[in-house]
Design a protein around this ligand. Structure first.
Ligand SMILES: Nc1nc2c(ncn2[C@@H]2O[C@H](COP(=O)(O)OP(=O)(O)OP(=O)(O)O)[C@@H](O)[C@H]2O)c(=O)[nH]1
Ligand SMILES: [Mg+2]
Length: 258
């Protein structure tokens, strides 16, 4: 399985070398793409140095900060054009332990379309988050699962493997969300296409270095979109049921008259 590991960055100079070292240690000989949006620290020069030293890394440099979802979509399209069989999403801040990669990739190799490194299944956990943030994430996930009818425990997770066939089946051009909502929307579409999803437990660790790019707007966007998609589903289901009832009644009336 030809795999591309995508590492999105925005000012991750404090973490980028560690995460690249760990990825290379646990899954040697796997291509890595760093997609950097407008870092003003040394992130880019640190990556360029490794590329110059002969590492199997490429860097995509974008001058505007367009958000995590946009960065992944850009990288997915490059991976699809390049004929990769699978792509990995992993944060640069060491919240996602690269030691889990061999297990996640082995599951994808068996044909699972989406493998999620999950905090909210037995064996999974979150270390170092204030209680408020864990609560928000846990209940945000429950809300998304209920609204969208997803049998997924961690739909906002950012540690994933997609088979590229699955990405081809999803309409990537229609993706609306940028932040946490992006992960939920991708999950929703994957499930909606009837593709397979497996969650693997992970221990998520809060970043120890660098600064967070999380902000209230990202959470609000996800909440708004999940509510909108959930209600749209509900109404379209009602519409479908009504149309079906009307069809049945019309057929019965026709039977009676003939
Ligand atoms: N290319 C790109 N990467 C981004 C952007 N925003 C965040 N990232 C990266 O995406 C990953 C996840 O972002 P984080 O800031 O860790 O977000 P988080 O995990 O929700 O929050 P914290 O861990 O608390 O900071 C990190 O590797 C970031 O550097 C962006 O606009 N463009
Ligand atoms: Mg993080």
């Amino acid at each position: 399985m030809r795999t591309l590991i995508i590492v999105p960055t925005h000012n991750e100079a404090a973490n980028i070398c560690t995460v690249l070292d760990e990825i290379q240690r646990h899954v040697p000989n796997t291509d890595i793409m760093v997609i950097d949006d407008s870092s003003t620290d040394d992130t880019r020069s640190l990556v360029r140095k490794r590329i110059a030293a002969g590492d199997a890394i490429e860097i995509v440099e974008r001058e505007e900060k367009r958000g995590l979802g946009d960065a992944y979509l850009h990288a997915f399209r490059l991976a699809l054009a390049d004929g990769y069989d699978a792509v990995v999403e992993i944060d640069a801040d060491m919240s996602h332990d690269p030691a889990v990669l061999p297990t996640m990739l082995a599951v994808a190799e068996r044909g699972i379309d989406l493998v999620i490194g999950s905090r909210y299944i037995p064996g999974g956990s979150v270390v170092g988050w204030p209680r408020r943030r864990t609560w928000l994430s846990r209940w945000g996930n429950r809300y998304a699962a209920i609204m969208l009818g997803l049998a997924v425990n961690d739909a906002t997770a950012g540690y994933r493997v997609y088979r590229t066939d699955a990405l081809r089946a999803i309409n990537l051009d229609g993706i609306q969300a940028g932040g946490y909502g992006f992960q939920v929307e991708m999950t929703y579409r994957t499930v909606g296409e009837g593709l397979s999803v497996v969650e693997i437990p992970i221990q998520f660790r809060d970043r120890v270095a660098g600064t967070s790019k999380m902000h209230r707007g990202i959470v609000f966007e996800a909440f708004k979109l999940v509510t909108y998609w959930g209600l749209a589903d509900l109404f379209s289901m009602r519409r479908r049921r009504r149309a079906y009832r009307e069809e049945v009644q019309a057929a019965a009336a026709q039977n009676r008259s003939s």
